[in-house]
Design a protein around this ligand. Structure first.
Ligand SMILES: [Zn+2]
Length: 574
């Protein structure tokens, strides 16, 4: 870059920025200094809409030679309260709306039903004027691969009200390599993620009160004359406050990071006493025992879903944990439904063709034809369909069918295609089985139609329609599952995600679960991991947070101030 700028200058271009770039590293004579000079000037500047990182020491697992040791090492965070200060510092309403959209706070609360169980005895309702000042936020965490055999645990926050539709609305908070994460349940002081969450909880508590933290998280005063010392105890922008309205990672993260009761527990649900024995989570009946005993708001307040420190953020209650649609539905119930219908085409010989491979190739042709009949855009289609994507061809009767290797969005748009195929089967082959397949599929499509057309706060009729669609799907799929079990066939598997989806109408009544799905979050994790990968050259993983923070600062600043909602392929890999 310096060479190009210098050449441009020599050929007569007279421009301040070019002259500066040309002069870097003493006009290229000390080229190795250029990168550091640029990072210091641009990535560390106070003039960015992305805050300066908060740097503090946390316990990390560090490998030296063949030994591993827990050491305290510097780690970089972007604090939510600092984000509010930096995003609002230039009063640029376009940038502020992309991220926080405070103007919409009043509308959100006007539309939000005060009967929402999440609001029962919730400290947010104790805030004077909360319907004018409290911005609802979603907290996301997920692991993403950033180098061979290591992943980053990426934690971020975004406003439900953000006007930005892509991943760029996310406020990146911090990222920790898995290999550096020490787990010590007996001594929190040695536990890496405990230290990380303690700092985030400390700051989100201040954000909830709507003030810049009075001290550092340790209770020590801020360094004299620092920006943070000047801001200490002062209200956030115009007295606004941030409330963690939803926590929306996938189920694995909810269970492994926050200790919520999910698939690995015998009592496998944090919303009701469903279990793997006498109150079966698989019971899809309208009068299932777990339905009668689903926890109400009063029970939820008396019995926190987890003892994780995250429950100490004021305003976080059991209902804060979202039923996240991408993993529960698209990569859950929808993928199971699709897998079974496709399996029948090939192995139940519903499709045309004499051999498995003939039926498979006819099936793919049929899928492509139906995509085009239904006008499904090519970006939402599967690029290929193979037997391995819904069965194990070497032992097709020994594993439950389920669509895999498909992105969430592709599963969503394969559903109408598969329902069409199912309808054709019923025409050809009218019987209870094919009718149940069609009814389950149509109900699932209805569920998506209601979600896709309803706004953030569903209207009474939309609530009824959503609940009806979910219940009809559960009932028909449940009958198919029961019938397969009776015949000892491995089909129509009922995994935990069906149970969580069955709870989803209780959430949809007060907030459309489409608006807390992890689509953007998955993209954000992908971006941070790609950046993390680029910070690795010669840097041990426990030190990458500094490089990552400064590179992210400049990149995100440019995206926000140049309104760079550019064409960017959203990733929704699991
Ligand atoms: Zn439950």
């Amino acid at each position: 870059m310096q060479e190009i700028a210098h050449a441009a200058q020599l050929s007569g271009l007279n421009n301040e920025d070019i002259a500066y770039l040309a002069s870097l590293g003493t006009f290229g004579r000390h080229a190795s200094n250029i990168s550091k000079t640029l990072i210091d000037k641009y990535c560390k500047s106070d003039e960015l809409v992305v805050p300066q990182p908060y740097v503090t020491r946390v316990p990390m697992l560090v490998r030296r030679g063949n030994t591993e040791k827990v050491v305290l090492a510097d780690h970089h965070f972007f604090l939510p309260t600092d984000w509010v200060a930096s995003i609002t510092q230039f009063n640029d309403s376009a940038v502020i709306n992309q991220v926080f959209n405070f103007d919409k706070v009043k509308d959100f609360w006007n539309d939000h039903d005060s009967e929402d169980p999440k609001l029962y005895k919730n400290p947010v309702t104790q805030i004077k004027d909360f319907k004018r000042t409290v911005n609802p936020m979603l907290l996301h965490g997920d692991g993403g691969q950033f180098q061979r055999r290591d992943s980053l645990n990426v934690i971020s926050l975004h406003s439900v009200l953000s006007s930005f539709s892509t991943a760029f609305k996310f406020l990146f908070l911090t990222a920790m390599p898995k290999k550096c994460t020490n787990v010590d349940k007996r001594n929190n002081e040695n536990d890496t993620m405990y230290a990380i969450w303690r700092i985030l909880v400390w700051n989100l508590e201040a954000a909830f009160r709507g003030v810049h933290p009075e001290t550092q998280h340790t209770g020590e005063p801020w360094p004299a004359n620092s920006n943070r010392a000047r801001m200490a105890g002062k209200p956030l922008f115009h007295g606004y406050k941030l409330w963690v309205f939803g926590i929306n990672p996938d189920l694995e993260y909810l269970q492994n990071q926050f200790g919520l009761k999910c698939q690995s527990f015998n009592e496998c649900c944090w919303m009701c006493p469903a279990n793997k024995s006498d109150i079966p989570f698989t019971d899809a009946a309208p009068f299932a025992e777990w339905r009668k005993r689903t926890y109400n708001a009063k029970q939820n307040r008396a019995q926190p879903a987890t003892d994780h420190i995250i429950m100490q953020i004021p305003g976080v209650v059991n209902e804060t944990f979202c039923i996240e649609a991408l993993h529960t539905n698209e990569l859950g119930i929808t993928s199971h439904y699709i897998g079974n219908v496709l399996w029948d085409q090939v192995y139940q010989k519903y499709g045309a063709g004499k051999t498995v491979s003939e039926r498979m190739s006819n099936l793919w042709n049929l899928v492509m034809q139906t995509y085009s009949d239904l006008g499904i855009s090519s970006s939402n289609r599967l690029g290929k369909l193979t037997l391995e994507m819904f069965s194990d061809p070497s032992r097709p009767h020994q594993d439950y069918p389920c669509l895999s290797q498909s992105k969430a969005r592709q599963a969503r748009y394969l559903l109408p295609v598969v329902v069409k195929i199912s309808e054709a089967n019923m025409q050809e082959n009218p019987c209870t089985y094919t009718a149940l397949c069609v009814q389950a599929g149509k109900a699932l499509l209805n569920m998506y139609n209601v979600m896709d057309t309803a706004g953030m706060h569903p209207k009474p009729l939309e609530r009824i329609n959503f609940r009806e669609a979910v219940d009809i799907f559960q009932m028909n799929y449940g009958r198919l599952a029961a019938e397969s079990q009776r015949k000892e066939e491995k089909k129509w598997n009922v995994v935990n995600k069906f149970h969580y989806s069955a709870h989803s109408p209780d959430y949809f009544d007060f907030f459309n679960i489409r608006f807390c799905s992890a689509y953007g979050g998955e993209t954000e994790v992908g971006l941070v991991c790609a950046l993390g990968h680029r910070c690795l050259d010669g840097t041990p993983p426990h030190k990458i947070s500094s490089k990552l923070a400064y590179k992210y600062r400049l990149g995100q600043h440019l995206r926000l101030v140049h309104n760079a909602e550019v064409a960017f392929e959203e990733s929704d890999d699991d």
